[in-house]
Design a protein. Sequence first.
Length: 306
Amino acid sequence: MGTIGDVGEFGLIARLTRRLPPGPSVPLGPGDDAAVVAAPDGRVVATTDLLVEGRHFRRDWSGPYDIGRKAAAQNLADVVAMGARPTALLVGFAAPPSTDAEWAERLYDGLADECRAAGASVAGGDVVGAPEITLAVTALGDLGGGAPLTRSGARPGDVVAVRGRLGHAAAGLALLTAGLEGPAELIAAHRRPEPPYAAGGEARAHGATALLDVSDGLVQDLGHIAAASGVRIDIDSAAVPVPDVLGPDGLRHALTGGEDHAFAGSFPPDARLPATWRRIGVVAEGSGVHVDGREPPAGGWDHFRT
């Protein structure tokens, strides 16, 4: 099949767009000067992320399909965290000309399949030559007439609950860094997160006062809700889901590990949450996040922390 340099820019675009089936929210997809995305609500939820080889993924640890799934998931999860329905992705793909064309195709297969899982589709984007592989992904969503779920609505007396896996991706990263090959489910969790995309609708239906995507670590991300809402969040470590597979560092991974793209939010104290949500704490007067009444462990992701 050759490299993307052999195929050329327009040949690559043709190969990639053939792998992107249209979705119901994209009446005009790739192939024109711009795409057309439906916005029935009249407002568009928008978010964007950059993924740089060596910083966000390693090709010796993850194949192109998993990299595509992960790139889409982390953006789609941000849309869901606003209480919106994902509709479309726009993808900028930069790569060296020596990159295998088949590698690029599998990357876009992953992007398309993750979009399908969330009810969205890839609407378009751009390709360009670069010294290293970089992805710029923008996700769009529709609020369906509802108010966005923000980080600023938590109130003292609310309960704090989470939906989805915590600590699995961080544990998988630690295994890969140590040169280990298992447990396999943790390695897989690092390579391909599984955000529970139904969480946004569930949270809205049960009166969520604040919601976010856990991408940089539970404690660090709940700190954003605490700061935006002007409250303190108290976590009960015994209530945090820590399955045995996470090993002896399980609680630390669950509290500080990111990239699982679970969802955490605050709810009225009388909210009757589904069993898929786990209550882990309460909102109180004050500031910051405490775990068992104490300052939390250090951790959480920061792109500029050395």
